[in-house]
Design a protein around this ligand. Structure first.
Ligand code: RIB
Length: 292
């Protein structure tokens, strides 16, 4: 079994469904409200665990009831929480999600995720050293991402940066990462006005641009490839990117070729959006393998 370590965020997602988004200064009536576990780090950990990997989470929760529920949910999904600590004086991370007009909008409040500092992650060094691949996102401090970049370069560890939500990423981090998986918006924040084709060619088999229903684009060393996504009727697209990343990491750690790993991840992501909640539709291994 491959071992994946996720250094990242945890959250409780507070989800409102409504038939439209309110404008500034406007109050509208919503349709329903749910609390479900989320956070890009935890979502990716759960996605990878359901697909058969041994997964260790390195993260923080608040000293509140949400924190207890987040840890419980990780355990229930088979994710090791040895390196997930409660921070008594802080609230758990929360994501305030509106589902309306066929899409989501999210405000993420980091809370305890700000305590996932380099010093905190350093305590989990032996777990990191044991990983086949390390996964990181950007709902934790930027210094921590830099720390992982240095750690993985020094110890020749494979690591994947999912640069979400968007923020600038240092050249050093981009160079150190084994895989980068921005969506189109995150790509624009990272690389500005540079031509997409030139950036892709600079990072062959490393930079994967996720383009939603249009598939995933990368440069294979000879030409640009687009691996198409699977067509499904979406119920909730929250967590699709996280499912893609978790599944891709599993497939790569298992030794699949990049094209095959993307196909596997696209399929897992398409299944995930057929149910409500970031983790609600994340498939088990058998569901994906049965449809490949
Ligand atoms: O990627 C989806 C996730 O982003 C949600 O679960 C929410 O927690 C936000 O962090």
């Amino acid at each position: 079994m491959v071992h994946i370590v996720v250094v990242g965020s945890t959250s409780m997602d507070l989800v409102v469904t409504a038939n439209k988004r309110p404008g500034a200064g406007e109050t509208i009536l919503g349709e329903s409200f749910y609390t479900v576990p989320g956070g890009k780090g935890a979502n990716q950990a759960v996605a990878a665990a359901r697909l058969g990997a041994e997964v260790s989470m390195v993260g923080c929760v608040g000293g509140d009831a949400f924190g207890e529920k987040i840890v419980h949910n990780l355990k229930e999904n088979g994710v090791s929480v040895t390196n997930v600590e409660p921070v008594p004086h802080l609230s758990s991370g929360t994501a305030h999600i509106t589902l309306a007009e066929g899409d989501n909008s999210i405000i993420f409040v980091k809370g305890a995720n700000d305590e996932v500092t380099p010093a905190y992650v350093e305590k989990a060094s032996s777990t990191l050293m044991d990983a086949d691949i390390i996964m990181v996102q950007q709902e934790i401090p930027a210094e921590t991402v830099e720390y992982i970049a240095d750690f993985c370069k020094k110890h020749h560890k494979k690591w994947l940066l999912n640069p979400a939500p968007a923020r600038e990423v240092s050249e050093k981090t981009i160079e150190s990462a084994t895989f980068l998986t921005p969506n189109e918006h995150e790509f624009a924040v990272m690389f500005g006005e540079e031509l997409r084709s030139e950036v892709l060619a600079r990072y062959p088999n490393k930079l994967l641009i996720t383009e939603g229903e249009n598939g995933v684009r990368y440069f294979n060393g000879i030409r640009e490839e687009v691996v198409p996504s699977y067509v499904v009727e979406p119920v909730d697209t929250t967590g699709a990117g996280d499912t893609f990343n978790g599944a891709f990491a599993v497939a790569i750690a298992e030794g699949k070729a990049i094209n095959e790993a993307i196909r596997f991840a696209n399929l897992a992501a398409s299944i995930s959006i057929t149910k409500f909640g970031a983790q609600g539709g994340m498939p088990m291994r058998e569901e994906v393998v049965g449809k490949l």
